[in-house]
Structure formats: C-alpha cells, structure tokens
Design a protein around this ligand. Structure first.
Ligand SMILES: Nc1ccn([C@@H]2O[C@@H]3COP(=O)(O)O[C@H]3[C@H]2O)c(=O)n1
Ligand SMILES: [Zn+2]
Ligand SMILES: [Zn+2]
Length: 253
C-alpha cells in the first residue's frame, strides 16, 4: 500500500476555523504523527484514529501548535495503555521540550523526572535518513524559523518535502526538486503581512512555475478562502482529507 497523508489540521497558530497544522502519515504498515499540537487529540478523535494506533510521533519544533498536545498524548498512553509512545526528536529539542514545555504538567516525584520517563525517545540526526515506522523514511533538514530556536523540516521517502514553520528558502526548494528528486512540497504559508518567521504567499509566488506546481499550502489563517485565486497553481491542503502521495504528485501535471 502506498503512503497517505492526512492533515489533522491545516491552520496557523492563531486559526480557529482550522486545527493545528499536524499530519498523519500512513504507509499501510505503520502510522507516523508529524507534530502533536494542542488540538491534535480532538482532531484524531474526529478522524476516528485512536492514539494507541499511532506508532510514533515526530516533532519539528517547540511551539504549542506543534507540541501542545504531547502532555495528553503521553499521559493517555502511559496511564490508559500502559506504554510509552515512541517519540522521534532532534537532540537539541529534547532539553527545551522537557524543561520548558512538558515538565510543569508531567513531572511526578520519583516517577517522572525526564522526557524518557514518559516517552520512548529516539534521537534523529539532521541530514541522516532513517526509517521511523515501516514504509516511512524521514530526513530532518534544519530550516530557519525563530532566531535561536531549532526547527526541522522533513524530506520523506526521498520524494516529499514537508516544511516545518520556516522563513522562505527558495534555494532549498530548488535543491530538493532538481538535485534530490523531490516530487511534491507541503509548505506552510502566511497569507498576509511580512513573513518575519514564516513564508509568505507572495514569496512562494516568486518561485518559478515548475516549483509552484509542486506546492500544496498548509498552516494558513482563517481567511484562506479569499486567497485561492491569488495562490494560482498552488493548492491549499484540506484538513482531515486523506491524500494518497500519488494524488499530491499528480497535481503538477
Ligand atoms: N517572533 C514571532 C514569534 C511568534 N509569532 C507568532 O506566534 C506563533 C507561534 O506559532 P507559529 O505557528 O510558529 O506562528 C507564530 C506566529 O504566528 C510571530 O509572529 N513572531
Ligand atoms: Zn506553527
Ligand atoms: Zn512555529
């Protein structure tokens, strides 16, 4: 079975109409959750996917719309299912995730003192591809988001680029498509204003047409419908719709 991608949500951090921009990848042999924001468990519930069916979680960076649901996920799995969820994470994110995000809610004297006490932590090395669940191979690519904050975009199965929150990086997109065989790009977008920590629609519209044809937009604000025409050949991903990878790749033809 081929890979499918289903966004739990496609919203920006402040969106109310759309859930947090998190994704469920399903190879048919295993399920990988990309980011676990504040709205993740509600979205999964609506999608009919029990937390216990998820084989592993991968975190791109530390913002609530990407990690705010980890406390509930961790507690539910440890308390209700008696096992630690598998967590893939770049080493520089471990300390801030525990010390600055999860420790306040999850620590328990003598029982839970570290991230490893509630999650099965697997460290990923940027630039090195690894099979995270059967049929899903991921390479972390460091990309710029907030000064001083590590953030990692993803190159999946050597053909799909999944942007973390990131500022515009046209050279990376060009490199992935023309030198690494990238077929489709799921890219975050900021529809209005200056892209100080995100990539704007105007910036993506400055890319050559063959690159734009590969792009599917996500992480957008509630006024997305007003921008369909402006986005041209770039399409907006729909939250909770299941996309076979082949369908995302067909869009460019
Ligand atoms: N320097 C910053 C920091 C944060 N933000 C907003 O806060 C959100 C945090 O989650 P996000 O999805 O990265 O989007 C960020 C910006 O909307 C921002 O606009 N500028
Ligand atoms: Zn975000
Ligand atoms: Zn962010």
């Amino acid at each position: 079975m081929s890979l499918t991608i289903q966004m739990l949500g496609t919203g920006s951090a402040f969106a109310k109409h759309y859930y947090n921009n998190n994704a469920l990848l399903d190879s048919g042999e295993g399920k990988l959750l990309i980011d676990c924001g504040t709205t993740a468990s509600l979205a999964l519930h609506q999608m009919g996917v029990p937390l216990s069916e998820i084989d592993a979680i991968l975190i791109t960076h530390i913002h609530a719309d990407h990690v705010g649901g980890l406390e509930e996920f961790g507690f539910q799995m440890n308390i209700l299912h008696r096992r630690k969820p598998v967590l893939y994470i770049a080493e520089p994110l471990i300390h801030p995730l525990w010390e600055h995000t999860l420790k306040g809610g999850m620590s328990q004297q003598g029982m839970i003192d570290r991230l490893e006490d509630v999650f099965e932590v697997n460290v990923l090395t940027p630039g090195k591809s690894a099979v995270l669940v059967s049929g899903i191979q991921v390479e972390l690519i460091p990309t710029q988001h907030i000064p001083g904050k590590n953030s990692y975009s993803l190159f999946i199965n050597d053909r799909l680029f999944y942007s973390a929150d990131m500022i515009f990086d046209p050279d990376l997109l060009h490199h992935l498509v023309y030198e690494r065989g990238c077929q489709s790009i799921l890219h975050e977008v900021q529809l209005q204003g200056a892209g100080e920590v995100h990539t704007t629609l105007d910036e993506l519209l400055s890319l050559p047409q063959p690159l734009q044809e590969r792009i599917h937009l996500m992480h957008y604000s509630d006024d997305m419908e007003q921008f369909r025409e402006k986005a041209g050949v770039m399409s907006f991903l729909e939250q909770q719709r299941k996309y076979p990878l082949a369908e995302l790749e067909r869009a460019k033809q």
